[in-house]
Design a binder for this molecule. Sequence first.
Ligand SMILES: Cc1cc2nc3c(=O)[nH]c(=O)nc-3n(C[C@H](O)[C@H](O)[C@H](O)COP(=O)(O)O)c2cc1C
Length: 362
Amino acid sequence: MDIGVFIPIANNGWIMSATSPQYMPTFELNKQITLKAEEYGLDFALSMIKLHGFGGETEFWDYALESFTLMAGLAAVTSKIKLYASVPVLAIPAPIAARMAVTIDSISGGRFGINIVSGWQKAEYDQMNLWPGQEHFLNRYDFCTEYVTVMKELWRDGESNFKGKFLTMNDCKLLPKPQVDIKIVCAGQSQTGVDFAAHHADYNFCFGMGLNEPKKCAEAVQRNVDAAKRAGSNTGALLLFMIIADETDEAAMDKWELYKKGADLDAIAWMNHQGEADPRASLDVSAIYMSRPPSAMNLNIGTFVGSYETVARLMDEVAEVEGAAGMLLTFDDFLVGLDQFGKHIQPLMKTRQGVGAHVQAG
Ligand SMILES: Cc1cc2nc3c(=O)[nH]c(=O)nc-3n(C[C@H](O)[C@H](O)[C@H](O)COP(=O)(O)O)c2cc1C
């Protein structure tokens, strides 16, 4: 089972709370996190792109670095871990994204891939007058299909004359070619998003769900498996989870309860308002899912709260979900959390035997 880390490119990571660890996104922090992840044998690191925060008392995600430039910096200081940047398809032309990818492919020695972000949050693009209108909610994955087609043509042929509904290339050139195939990943939850990923991506991220319920994601994974079968592809499902660990179940649960008490209700309300704008929004399969009960405070990311033994067991159970290719991890405190994972949790996992063995505790 592959394991990656969703590095905190925006302030406070993935917890909208005044009582959780408060921190700013800096290159130094993300560098330390990614170097730790590499040391502990994690397979990849992903950074998101977020161009408009949610405000509230914690100014949630009002502070955020840019994804490609961050990953370029990280590519230069790492040597093994795979790196994924997220592209906002409405804000960066496909040939520019393709060229940035070739550049990071060169810096990293072939360790780079792109997460396709179709755009669910109007304010991010409207603030720059880049929002195409309400119809984007309905056709955003058609746009992504053309976008990925152009990038793949450029990487394969060094040129593109693609003529589509949204994009037109006129003798568009891109050399050098990347040294390895640049992987495409996506995080579609809607059926359209999942189908897009099945046709065009190597992996699709889906939400792990619930509190200490590793198998609750089975239905979402199955939707990905079915879509890949229909598309005749091998697109794998990677599950997003948050880890809140401590020496005992009680100590970990105390942190979880503390974070819930400080929930930033204004930031949550703003996110919910943005998510509701999508006419296709449905509670189980779209961005709006993140901002609704039971746990909008951490975007309803499936969460494992417990001792090192408990978390290791729950993570192993995710591997038993038919079709799960791996996991993408977030933490309440990434530096502490990665040390807990690398030194105490991973060594207990049956599915990660021997990984990172040189840095285990005691
Ligand atoms: C692991 C993961 C990474 C994501 N990265 C971003 C991102 O960088 N920027 C963004 O605006 N949305 C991001 N999203 C949201 C997705 O791109 C997607 O819009 C959302 O999951 C809803 O799915 P849908 O587009 O099929 O409705 C991410 C979601 C997940 C689960």
